[in-house]
Design a protein around this ligand. Structure first.
Ligand SMILES: NC(=O)c1ccc[n+]([C@@H]2O[C@H](COP(=O)([O-])OP(=O)(O)OC[C@H]3O[C@@H](n4cnc5c(N)ncnc54)[C@H](O)[C@@H]3O)[C@@H](O)[C@H]2O)c1
Length: 265
């Protein structure tokens, strides 16, 4: 099926690692012009090299700290200058460390809010100007099933991801009139297949600090689909939502991609 993404200008934040990487490579396979916005420019560059081999029009990395609005504005100006606009923004930067709320500190809360929420606010605000001007666009933000379930050891993260769901719905209502669609995707546990798929700033750089193999086995057994998520599972849903050709009448939605962990009616 042709998703109609060939030649589209796509920004993927955090596109150097795990889910963001699979998303960037997914757009590359469709022939999109992918810009990877990364704090870890080296890891981003490795993904860009792969993207080019897969057929991406003009893949590039732009070293960006997405928690800094000035840097994000510069990123968007650069992409608009190079590609004439931004057709798709994927907000994939996010971060967590699994801890009970009583073990966390105000410094930790601040880091969670900055990386998971300010990143989305900054990038969404900056792309809306060129998208409104163009009269079209798609924004997909990576949320989490922790936003839909009370997830032990993810209190602050789950709370802020629920904020992203609500934020995306409001942005969808405010900007549908300009042809802009906004949706959120909620992965469940989604583990990289290979160490090379994660960067130095990835929350998976020490996988065992997130989940031991034994814990992952237990998680898989409890899921209706009986397996842990892979980055490609999430990337497929993001590409679907980004495509006007197949999801042109879908906006303001929150979609779980989690092997059936959450089932929201
Ligand atoms: N992997 C999972 O199990 C899972 C589950 C639910 C939700 N999610 C969400 O999916 C998204 C992607 O997760 P992932 O597992 O691919 O994460 P990851 O930690 O592997 O990758 C995050 C990427 O963002 C980059 N980054 C970090 N801070 C940055 C900054 N300030 N500016 C620019 N880039 C920055 C890192 O260098 C890294 O490449 C996140 O929003 C996460 O919360 C992931």
């Amino acid at each position: 099926m042709d998703l109609g993404l060939s030649g589209k200008s796509v920004i993927v934040t955090g596109g150097g690692s795990n889910i963001g990487r699979a998303i960037a490579l997914g757009f590359a396979r469709e022939g999109a012009n992918v810009t990877v916005a990364e704090l870890d420019a080296r890891q981003g560059e490795a993904v860009v090299q792969e993207a080019q081999k897969l057929g991406s029009g003009k893949a590039a990395v732009v070293a960006t700290d997405v928690t800094d609005f000035a840097q994000v504005q510069k990123l968007v100006d650069t992409v608009v200058a190079q590609h004439g606009g931004v057709d798709v923004l994927v907000n994939s930067v996010g971060w967590d460390q699994l801890m009970y709320f009583t073990q966390t500190t105000p410094e930790f809360w601040e880091k969670i809010v900055r990386l998971n929420y300010f990143s989305v606010l900054n990038c969404t605000r900056a792309v809306l100007d060129p998208m409104i001007k163009a009269g079209h666009g798609a924004i997909v933000s990576l949320s989490s099933d922790a936003s839909r379930q009370g997830e032990p050891r993810e209190a602050v993260y789950g709370g802020i991801k629920a904020g992203i769901n609500a934020f995306m719905k409001t942005i969808a209502r405010e900007n549908g009139r300009y042809g802009i669609r906004c949706n959120a995707v909620c992965p469940g546990v989604t583990v990289p297949t290979d160490k090379a798929e994660v960067g130095a700033h990835s929350m998976w750089v020490r996988k065992e600090s997130m989940f031991t193999d034994e814990q992952l086995e237990k998680v898989a057994k409890a899921l209706p689909l009986r397996r842990i998520g892979r980055p490609q599972d999430v990337a497929n849903a993001v590409l679907f939502l980004a495509s006007d050709a197949v999801a042109g009448y879908i906006t303001g939605q929150v979609l779980s991609v989690s092997g059936g962990y959450s089932m929201i009616g």
